[in-house]
Ligand binder design. Structure first.
Ligand code: SF4
Ligand code: SF4
Length: 524
């Protein structure tokens, strides 16, 4: 018999077909992006609230259907999913508006009843998938702390540790700090730069992605992911002389960990002097450039995570010097060179850093192999003493993020940045004489790929028709080439569209007839 484990991630869906008798992965399928319009999970939530939860649900279910089709199960018994509360709630088709508003009085005034997010077993037919199997949905600890956060805490050993942190380095960086029995959690909207998106030559951690840069006598050697997501030697680049030499593995783009390595290398060779790239874009190979805008995006992402880490420590009353173990989860947390990430401030000065891979997919896999685990997760959920800090309304986070933006995007000198930290009552660096040891528990973010890895484009389309002059101004204004006219039908590629945060199509329309809210789900 077979089962499917699915990670409904903000940057894409990852699915695995499992052999239940052998407890092994048969094959893996990834999507190039999340199918919902928007660049981050809050955009996905806004889309659902403004354009209809049913539409968002249908888009997600359609994309999951594509992943299942690509996995080609023959004897499917059950399916398990994991992800953050927004993706899981949209997929399940339950209320999500409670995730948008903080405070009970706000929920009451809006007449919103938060649904139960306990772990459960339902049927795939219940969510509208076109096949019949058990569907296991893990619990959220609280409405803000999802199954994905629970996954990284469980799979890292964080729950049995003390004075430790775990962070899933993704678009929506989930992070947790444990001090004694108390767990402090937060979620920093880092944006997609650390997953290689919104970077001009960016791509997910997939074949052809520059994933690291290694110092060599002539400069920096690129490390490129191959078809099985193993690192191969790519071309060489000298940041000072700008000389390039091709290598065996051909690069197609740069992923988030490559961005971090490039920022590190640029700072080390003084090609990057914040906030500028001295001498113009860094060219990695033909067609792959790292621009100043990319540097801004990377800086904002790094700054958001640094501010998040500091905010949790401030809430717990500790400093970076108190952190023993730091666990890094997610694709970026796995492939990144942890010491380079630490040098740019993405990792607190811990005594030990452990890189643990995609824990969300692993938990989905565990649940698919053993559905009774959902009861255990419900018990852990009840016992957990968790304090969630809403960064959006945290004064500490806001003060820290302003400092980070000034440092990364406006060229604030390090001394003034440190002075700013001191004025907030925070220590400016970790212990001076601590050597961090790094353990990479997994070589790949997906622990086991199986016999094949397939990557598909979600390709879910939204369509609309209305009378107008068909001048194409709306399509020309679309920054993502997500909008096209097929005869008199407007077709939006949902996964490419930036959603509610953009709406340039509507703004560009001279007749003011473009109606984004009228779009409905069409065919592929
Ligand atoms: S919707 Fe507006 S911008 Fe788009 S083709 Fe019609 S008139 Fe032109
Ligand atoms: S212009 Fe319209 S279709 Fe294009 S990304 Fe923006 S919202 Fe989406």
């Amino acid at each position: 018999m077979q089962a499917i484990g699915l990670d409904l991630g903000t940057s894409g869906i990852r699915g695995q077909l499992l052999d239940l008798e052998k407890g092994k992965v048969i094959r893996t399928c990834l999507t190039t992006r999340n199918p919902l319009p928007g660049a981050n999970v809050m955009d996905h939530l806004s889309f659902a609230i403004e354009n209809g939860q049913e539409l968002a649900h249908d888009i997600l279910v359609a994309c999951v259907g594509q992943v299942v089709e690509a996995l080609a199960p023959t004897r499917l018994e059950r399916m398990a999913v994991c992800g953050n509360p927004i993706q899981l709630s949209l997929f399940e088709g339950i209320e999500v508006r409670d995730l948008a508003y903080a405070g009970e009085s706000m929920l009451r005034s809006q007449n919103i009843q938060p649904p139960s997010r306990e772990g459960k077993v339902i049927r795939t037919d219940d969510v509208g998938l076109g096949f019949s199997a058990d569907l296991i949905i893990p619990p959220a600890v609280r409405h803000e702390i999802g199954a994905d956060a629970l996954a990284m805490m469980l799979k890292s050993g964080f729950l049995d540790d003390d004075r430790c942190m775990v962070t899933d380095y993704g678009t929506n960086a989930e992070m947790a700090l444990k001090v004694g029995d108390d767990i402090y959690t937060g979620s920093a909207a880092a944006g997609p730069a650390l997953e290689g998106q919104q970077i001009s030559a960016g791509m997910l951690a997939s074949p052809g992605a520059v994933s690291d840069l290694e110092r060599c006598p002539e400069g920096w050697r690129m490390k490129v992911l191959d078809d099985r997501l193993d690192l191969q030697e790519g071309g060489m680049i000298n940041l000072r002389s700008k000389v390039l030499r091709p290598g065996a593995a051909k690069a197609k783009g740069i992923t988030g960990t490559g961005v971090i390595a490039l920022v590190y290398a640029g700072l080390a060779d003084e090609r990057i002097v914040l906030p500028n790239i001295i001498g113009g874009d860094i060219v990695l190979s033909r067609g792959i450039r790292f621009t100043r805008q990319d540097l801004m995006e990377a800086g904002k992402a790094i700054g958001a995570i640094r501010a998040g880490h500091r905010t949790l420590m401030a809430e717990a009353g500790i400093g970076p010097e108190d952190i023993g173990n730091m666990y890094m989860a997610g694709a970026s947390g796995t492939y990144v060179d942890a010491l380079k990430a630490q040098a740019v401030g993405l990792v607190p000065t811990a005594r030990r850093v452990v890189q643990i891979g995609n824990t969300s997919l692993e938990l989905a896999k565990d649940l698919a192999l053993d559905p009774h685990l959902v009861d255990e997760l419900n018990d852990i959920r009840k016992a957990m003493v968790a304090h969630h800090i809403m960064f959006a309304s945290s004064r500490t986070f806001s003060d820290l993020y302003v400092l980070e933006l000034a440092y990364w995007t406006e060229g604030m000198p390090l001394e003034r940045y440190n002075h700013g930290l001191a004025s907030l009552g925070m220590s400016t660096s970790g212990p001076q004489n601590v050597t961090t040891t790094v353990e990479r528990w997994r070589q790949k973010d997906i622990w086991e790929v199986g016999e094949s890895l397939t990557i598909i484009d979600p390709g879910v389309k939204l369509t609309g028709t209305w009378e107008c002059s068909y001048c194409h101004e709306c399509a020309l204004a679309c920054p993502e080439n997500a909008l096209a006219l097929d005869g008199r039908t407007f077709v939006v590629d949902a996964g490419r569209c930036l959603g509610t945060a953009c709406r340039r199509c509507e703004e560009a329309c001279p007749q003011k007839v473009f109606d984004y809210s009228a779009l409905t789900m069409g065919g592929d």
